[in-house]
Design a protein around this ligand. Sequence first.
Ligand code: AMP
Length: 433
Amino acid sequence: MSFDTLGLSADILRAVAEEGYTEPTPVQAEAIPLVLAGRDVLAAAQTGTGKTAAFALPILERLKVQANTSFSPARHPVRALVLTPTRELAMQIAESVATYGKYVPLRSAVVYGGIPIDPQIKVLRSGVEILVATPGRLMDHVGQHTVNLSQVEVLVLDEGDRMLDMGFIPDIRKIVAMLPNRSQTMLFSATFSDEIRRLATEFLTNPAIVEVARRNTAADNVEQVLYPVDRERKEDLLIHLIRRDHMKQVLVFTRTKLAASRLASYLDRRGVAAVAIHSDRSQPERTRALEDFKTGEVTCLVATDVASRGLDIEELPYVVNFELPFEPQDYIHRIGRTGRAGLSGIAISLVCMDEVELLKGVQRLLKHQIPYRVVEEFVPDRSVEVRPLRGFGPGGRAGSGSGRGSGFGAGAATPEHGHAHRKPLRGHSGAPG
Ligand code: AMP
């Protein structure tokens, strides 16, 4: 299928072609005609499916008729509002809107927290048709009367499930109440939980449902693999894998900010350029870290789940779960950072004994076991075990001995190195604080 058949005009198709997109992704193919027809849309699509273009292209198309080159701000009221949970997502969406709309005389802007509000006020004053915002900062602008939402026709609620998690729904209700001219609403969410369906009933009218990624499933083009390892040796196994596989761009997840910072500085000290990204860091620091990662200046971006949300790094080849997340759903979000837009990716999990229960939760959600491999120098040292071993790695199973219901797969593990040299345990630990 080609973009030409979707009902988009030449100036938008040209921008799309310049991005190198040759055919629409499934969510684009389904959603674009519906949005052009004015329908409300409830779409289950996570970041990485091309959902930004799925709403941005038809919005540009719809608003194009009102585009003008007048200098009067009044001629450029906000007509489309995109609400998204994180700063990074907001920036990325705004960038995409600007790219896709570069041949259309519509103005777009982005507002998010963590940076001074004054420059944003200036931009809003000059008039913008498409506004991308995080709910908190938009509410600040509303409070200061620096934004007028009365002309908004199209509303996009992006990453609905995460907005729920982050407690944004009360703000969103307030914002929705300020949109008397709203005629079209879209809700995008990685999953269709019951809560999302309730929100859809609240905010959408007779929505068309677009469901491209099946509920709670990981992308097929992501190869998943786990390595059993002692907690104390995770850092060194990570370095070993990065060097062995010549990894150039690795997004590494930890559960806590402290663990992210510690791991990044440990990697850095050991000669693997790394930087941590988490919510304690200032916005310029986060932007800088992301830029350095995108340009290849740093090999590892170490992130927490919240900070990672919405990171869009094109062709990201590796995601590493340095620690499994407490919420199985976050595993799917994390590994969704690789294998974007049809490219293949590898998701590696470093799993220690303490995480077997978390692993089981992930595997229950995935409905399959994650294949595991062992690097012989890093085979977990059972002598340090204090808990009964249940199905940890190949051979040496304590407990039931059946392996059924065990955390790790029953399939054969693949040893990757011939020699079984094991270093003594050291004191360093990247355990979460
Ligand atoms: P999104 O899910 O909107 O965050 O998009 C994920 C990535 O896919 C972005 O880097 C886009 O530039 C890219 N992308 C979006 N649509 C297409 C397409 N039709 N063909 C190729 N890449 C695309």
